[in-house]
Design a protein around this ligand. Sequence first.
Ligand SMILES: Cc1cc2nc3c(=O)[nH]c(=O)nc-3n(C[C@H](O)[C@H](O)[C@H](O)COP(=O)(O)O)c2cc1C
Length: 291
Amino acid sequence: MGNPLVLASGIWGTSGMLLARAAKSGAGAVTSKSCSLEAREGHKNPTIVLHEAYVLNAVGLSNPGANAEVEELKEAKKHCSKIGVPIIASVFARSAEEFAQVAQIVMEAKPDAIELNLSCPNVGAEGRMFACVGEDAAMAVGAVKNAVDVPVFAKLTPSVSDIVGIAKAVEGAGADGIVAINTMPGMLIDAKARMPILSNKEGGVSGAALKPIALRAVYQVSRAVEIPVIGTGGIMNGEDVVEMLMAGAAAVGVGSAISYHRNALGEIRDEIGVFMKENGYGKISELVLQE
Ligand SMILES: Cc1cc2nc3c(=O)[nH]c(=O)nc-3n(C[C@H](O)[C@H](O)[C@H](O)COP(=O)(O)O)c2cc1C
């Protein structure tokens, strides 16, 4: 990667052209919007609320299905490979076997890595999220590792009491990297309308408010596992990236920031350079926490 920034899944990753745009505008790697075996419509509007301190969304994992996604990924690959930006294909499924199936389908587009969005219900386990139980998460990782020959990343949820236990379980199952974290469950209410704001009532919190939660998760997980962690959550500027690297991240995901500023990726990338220059750092690897 030319720089440590990774476009997080779900933001701009919905089409090949948007992935290419993220790559051109400053991402060191890009992640596609999570796709499933079959197409999904997602939730009705309103699905997203932008507040200065946070974003709340319940898009509902809308996607065109794995076969259609292959075409988007191929389009992205055509542009991204020219400028040396790797593509991470994000997938989700209802069982470990289905994870392997979806991953195999998207492999036709030759992504550089597969990311497992484990924040979806496991039909074989009474609908609990894969990322909530180490064994479930490990089963999904193990199945995909057997099915593909590119690095496999496991994306974890902060909504667990022991994220380190889940991280160790996915590492034990052969994950090549961890993406921490996905959104935190949340809700907003419109007092005048006396209604929840999102049509789905509940959603996931991202953006600035998520940063302290993400920093702690990355700090804990990166000290407990050997595999690299893509630190994601609440990154709004270059200094946030530095903090995430200091927490122990090997690379840093950016999602919600792009909802506020189209040029966020390029601006954040440049701000990392400015911070390093102003504070006497020569290399990214020097950005470690003094403890
Ligand atoms: C509108 C929206 C859609 C998202 N869709 C996905 C998705 O499809 N798959 C996934 O793994 N994460 C998804 N996420 C979570 C982000 O990838 C990221 O983990 C989270 O937003 C925290 O990073 P941020 O604070 O930089 O946005 C989505 C987030 C937002 C705001």
